[in-house]
Design a protein around this ligand. Structure first.
Ligand code: 2AM
Ligand code: MG
Ligand code: MG
Length: 281
C-alpha cells in the first residue's frame, strides 16, 4: 500500500530546507530582537517570517490541514491538537542561539494525524543536518540511519538539558536541584545545545544518552520525539508516566532504565499546559 503521508513528509523536508536558507541568510543581517513571556524569551522577525513561509506553503498543497505554530500561538491562536492532520511548527528552535550566532539552530516540523505522530523533520540549519523520521520506518540524518547509544550505565553517560526561559527563583531552584542530583550520580557530563529539537536529535544520534526538560512546548519536541523513538529510544514524563506533549515536560533516553534513573533525580513541577488557554491558567 502506498504510504499515505510520505508525500507530505517529502514536502516538509523541502520546506524545512528552504526555511533553513532564510534563517542562514538572516544571520548576516541586523536583527531586531523582541521578547515574549519574559526578558529572556526572545523572538525575531525571522521567527515570524519563517513560520508564515512554512504555513503558507503547506496551505497551498494541503488546504484542509491544521497548524500549531509557536509564533501563531504567541499571537493568540489556540494550541489545539485534534484528530485532523496537524503540522506542529517551531520555525526557529534556538532563537537565543540564533540571536548570538551560536551555531545550533533548527527548523522543527512535526505532523500528527489522530493525535499520533506520523513524521518529524528537524533541520539543524547551521550544521546542514536534516533529521527525519517516519512512523515505523526509522530515523535518519542526511539519509543515514540513526540509532540511540547502547550505553547501559548512567555513570558513563552524557545527559542533555537546558535552563529554559523562566528566571522565577522557585523554577530556577528546581532546575538546579535536578541538575545537581543528576551531575552527582555521577554522570560523565551534562550538555545543552540550546535547542530542544537538536538535543533530541543528539539522543537519536547516540551522542548523548538522554535529554530532559520541564518548560518546553509541543512545537519544541513534536518532531524530535518521533526521531528519538524511531532511532530506538524511549520517551517518558519527568515523573515516570506516559509522555504528554502538551504537558511541557519530557524525558527522552536511549533506554527505559536510563530514563527511569533520571526520573528519580528530577525535582518536578508542572508549568501551565500548552492546551490551556491563558484566560484559564
Ligand atoms: N532563554 C532561553 N534559553 C533556552 N531556551 C529557551 C529560552 N527561551 C526560549 N527557549 C526555548 O525553550 C526550548 C527549550 O529550552 C528551546 O528549544 C527554546 O525554543 P525557542 O528558541 O523556539 O524559543
Ligand atoms: Mg523552540
Ligand atoms: Mg522557536
Amino acid at each position: 500500500m502506498a504510504d499515505l503521508w510520505q508525500n507530505a513528509m517529502d514536502y516538509a523536508v523541502a520546506i524545512a530546507r528552504k526555511a533553513g536558507e532564510v534563517v542562514r541568510d538572516a544571520l548576516r543581517d541586523d536583527m531586531k530582537v523582541m521578547t515574549k513571556s519574559s526578558s529572556v524569551d526572545l523572538v525575531t522577525q525571522t521567527d515570524q517570517k519563517v513560520e508564515q513561509l512554512i504555513i503558507q506553503s503547506v496551505k497551498e498543497k494541503f488546504p484542509t490541514h491544521r497548524f500549531i505554530g509557536e509564533e501563531s500561538v504567541a499571537a493568540g491562536e489556540a494550541c489545539d491538537l485534534t484528530d485532523s492532520p496537524t503540522w506542529i511548527i517551531d520555525p526557529i528552535d534556538g532563537t537565543t542561539n540564533f540571536v548570538h550566532a551560536f551555531p545550533f539552530v533548527a527548523v522543527s516540523i512535526g505532523f500528527s494525524v489522530n493525535k499520533q505522530s506520523e513524521f518529524g523533520v528537524v533541520y539543524s540549519c547551521l550544521e546542514d543536518k536534516m533529521f527525519t523520521a517516519r512512523r515505523g520506518k526509522g530515523a535518519f540524518c542526511n539519509g543515514e540511519p540513526l540509532k540511540v547509544s547502547d550505553q547501559e550505565d548512567i555513570k558513563q553517560s552524557i545527559i542533555a538539558t537546558e535552563f529554559g526561559s523562566s528566571r522565577e527563583p522557585e523554577a530556577v531552584d528546581k532546575i538546579f536541584s535536578s541538575l545537581r542530583n543528576i551531575l552527582c550520580i555521577p554522570v560523565h557530563g551534562v550538555r545543552g545545545a540550546g535547542s530542544a529539537a537538536i538535543n533530541m536529535c543528539l539522543v537519536a544520534s547516540g551522542c548523548v544518552e538522554a535529554y530532559y526538560e520541564i518548560g518546553i512546548h509541543i512545537w519544541d519536541v513534536a518532531a524530535g520525539s518521533l526521531i528519538v523513538s524511531e532511532a530506538g529510544g524511549v520517551l517518558m514524563d519527568v515523573e515516570g508516566g506516559v509522555v504528554d506533549l502538551m504537558s511541557r515536560r519530557i524525558v527522552a533516553a536511549n533506554r527505559r532504565a536510563i530514563a527511569e534513573r533520571i526520573v528519580k533525580e528530577i525535582d518536578s513541577f508542572s508549568p501551565p499546559r500548552d492546551d490551556t488557554p491563558p484566560s484559564k491558567q
